[in-house]
Design a protein around this ligand. Structure first.
Ligand code: NI
Length: 260
C-alpha cells in the first residue's frame, strides 16, 4: 500500500544535510509519489531539478502569496512555458495569506496574482494547489468570481471551519490534510477530517513544516504521513489502509499527469 504525498518542499534548505539519503529512502518506506511544490521562483527552479533526479517526484509551479515579489510578466512567462513539462502536475502553491501580510495594498496585489495564476491553470488545463490563511472570505469570493469550480484543485493545509470545507467540496475541490490534524487543539480540523467525503481528502505534509504528533516541533518529512493517515482513520472509524488507498486514488484523479 503506497502513500501519495501531495505537498512537500524538499528544495528547502533544512533538507540540505541529508536530502539525497532521505529521498532515496522514500520508496522502501511506502511513499509512492511526491509532489514538490514551488513557493518562490528559486524553489520552482529547484523543483525542476528534483523531479529530474527522482522518478517518483513530480512538481507544481507557482508563486506563494508571501513571495509575489518574485512575480513579473517575465517570471510568469517562465512558469507558463515550464509548466508544460510532462512531470509538472499542477500550478501552486498560489493563493492569499493575510496572516503574514496585513498591508491592504499588498493584499490586493496577492489577489491580482492569485487570479492570474488561476487563469494560467485554466489555460494549461492543470489543477491548482491553493494556500489560504486568514483569508477565508476573500479566497471564496475571488474563486466564485472567476468560476473556480471549472478549475480542479486542492485547498492545501486546510485551516478553516468544517462548513467552509463543505463549500469547497461543493465546488469540486479536494481538502489537503497534514500533521495539524494530530494536534490535540485542532478541533475544527478533526471535525472536517471526520465528516467530509473520503473521496475528497488528500494526504500532505507541507514538510519541512508541521510535523504530526508524536514528532511535533521536529523537521517534518513524508515518512511521517502514516501518523496523519492513522489519525484520519481513527476519526472516521475506518482502517488506516483504507485512508491510504483512497487518498492515493484521489491524488491520481486530481493530478492526472502523475499517472502518465
Ligand atoms: Ni507549502
Amino acid at each position: 500500500m503506497l502513500i501519495f504525498e501531495s505537498h512537500a518542499h524538499y528544495d528547502d534548505r533544512q533538507f540540505d544535510p541529508d536530502r539525497e539519503e532521505l529521498l532515496s529512502s522514500m520508496e522502501e518506506n511506502g511513499i509512492g509519489k511526491i509532489i514538490n511544490v514551488g513557493s518562490d521562483l528559486a524553489a520552482c527552479k529547484r523543483t525542476l531539478d528534483l523531479m529530474r533526479q527522482y522518478p517518483f517526484v513530480f512538481g507544481a509551479l507557482g508563486i506563494h502569496p508571501s513571495d509575489i515579489g518574485d512575480l513579473s510578466e517575465e517570471s510568469y512567462e517562465w512558469i507558463k512555458s515550464s509548466a508544460v513539462l510532462p512531470k509538472i502536475v499542477a500550478i501552486g502553491e498560489i493563493g492569499l495569506d493575510y496572516y503574514w501580510e496585513k498591508d491592504p495594498e499588498v493584499q490586493s496585489r496577492q489577489r491580482y496574482w492569485f487570479c492570474r495564476q488561476m487563469e494560467l491553470a485554466r489555460e494549461l488545463a492543470l489543477p491548482v494547489i491553493i494556500h489560504s490563511r486568514d483569508a477565508a472570505e476573500d479566497t471564496l469570493t475571488l474563486m466564485k468570481g472567476i468560476h473556480a469550480e471549472q478549475i480542479p484543485g486542492v485547498i492545501h493545509c486546510f485551516s478553516y471551519s468544517p462548513e467552509m470545507a463543505e463549500e469547497y467540496v461543493k465546488m469540486g475541490y479536494y481538502i489537503g490534510i497534514g500533521g495539524v490534524v494530530t494536534f490535540k487543539n485542532s478541533r475544527k480540523l478533526k471535525e472536517t477530517a471526520a465528516h467530509i467525503p473520503l473521496e475528497r481528502i488528500l494526504l500532505e505534509t507541507d514538510c519541512p513544516y508541521l510535523s504530526p504528533e508524536p514528532n511535533r516541533g521536529k523537521r517534518n518529512s513524508s515518512l511521517n504521513l502514516p501518523y496523519v493517515a492513522k489519525e484520519i482513520a481513527a476519526l472516521r472509524g475506518i482502517a488506516e489502509e483504507e485512508v491510504i488507498k483512497a487518498t492515493y486514488e484521489n491524488a491520481m484523479r486530481l493530478f492526472i499527469k502523475a499517472g502518465k
